[in-house]
Design a protein around this ligand. Structure first.
Ligand SMILES: [Zn+2]
Ligand SMILES: [Zn+2]
Length: 259
């Protein structure tokens, strides 16, 4: 019973921090976007129509994510893991961060591909009801969708000697980059976000929502490029924005029907 209460306290702290990050970053991004209407990607769609549904779904999904992350952390502090983490220093923090960043990117890509299979798509469909995503859409996912995509935040503690700070830092980075990636406004398109760079900009995942069959990756475009699932016009669109400073609207009007 004592252990369970300890777990609940950790869960409550992580959940409230997650909500704090979600709402403060969401409001901040709304304020920034309002001042830059030209940066809107899908100019003919209003993603904000779904905001109340998405915020409600996000609170539940953030609860699921927090339950997974706090369970993993709790297992580690109890010693119920394969390897004890080393004492924290900058080197093992950075090394662990890079390793779990790459592992999570692979986990997310394949988990996401799995969710797009006919058999599992019903779990992922609620997330895809956002055709023109906003910052509020990032966590608008069903419980099973979150369990599959964020299951990593439980498993990683059990299998690797990860310093806790590295996992928390990755989860925070994931939350911030995910909300920017769903914001519907493009500020980062440029040389560093198109071929041959592995990095990506907001348009990458925006295309996943508007055109569905491409761009399953999270942090990097590497897996999509290896597996041939990167949107055929992604690099060209980014180059166009880089050269003209304008979002090529016509590229975002077509929607392929979901399966
Ligand atoms: Zn998807
Ligand atoms: Zn999404």
């Amino acid at each position: 019973m004592q252990l369970f209460i300890e777990y609940l306290i950790i869960l409550a702290i992580i959940f409230f921090i997650s909500l704090g990050v979600y709402f403060s970053l969401g409001l901040m991004m709304m304020a920034i976007n309002k001042r830059h209407p030209q940066a809107r990607i899908q100019k003919k769609r209003d993603g904000m129509k779904r905001v109340s549904v998405e915020v409600l779904a996000s609170v539940k999904a953030l609860g699921t994510s927090a339950a997974l992350l706090s369970a993993g952390y709790f297992f580690q502090i109890q010693g119920w893991v394969l390897f004890e983490p080393p004492a924290l220093n900058w080197w093992n923090f950075l090394l662990a961060f890079v390793v779990i960043f790459l592992l999570f990117d692979a986990w997310f890509y394949w988990g996401h591909r799995l969710l797009h299979l006919k058999r599992f798509y019903r779990w992922h469909k609620p997330h895809h009801l956002s055709i023109a995503p906003t910052a509020w859409s990032n966590d608008s996912s069903a419980v099973m969708d979150t369990v599959i995509e964020h299951g990593f935040y439980f498993i990683v503690w059990l299998l690797l000697p990860v310093p806790a700070l590295a996992v928390f830092a990755l989860r925070l980075f994931d939350q911030v980059s995910g909300m920017i990636g769903h914001s519907g406004f493009e500020y980062f398109a440029g040389r560093s976000t198109r071929k041959p760079s592995p990095f990506l900009c907001t348009i990458f995942h925006d295309l996943h929502h508007s055109q569905f069959h491409y761009n399953f990756g999270n942090f990097l475009s590497v897996w999509d490029r290896w597996m041939g699932t990167v949107h055929p016009k992604y690099d060209e669109i980014v180059r166009q924005i880089e050269e003209t400073g304008q979002i090529p609207e016509e590229q975002f009007t077509r929607v392929n029907k979901t399966s």
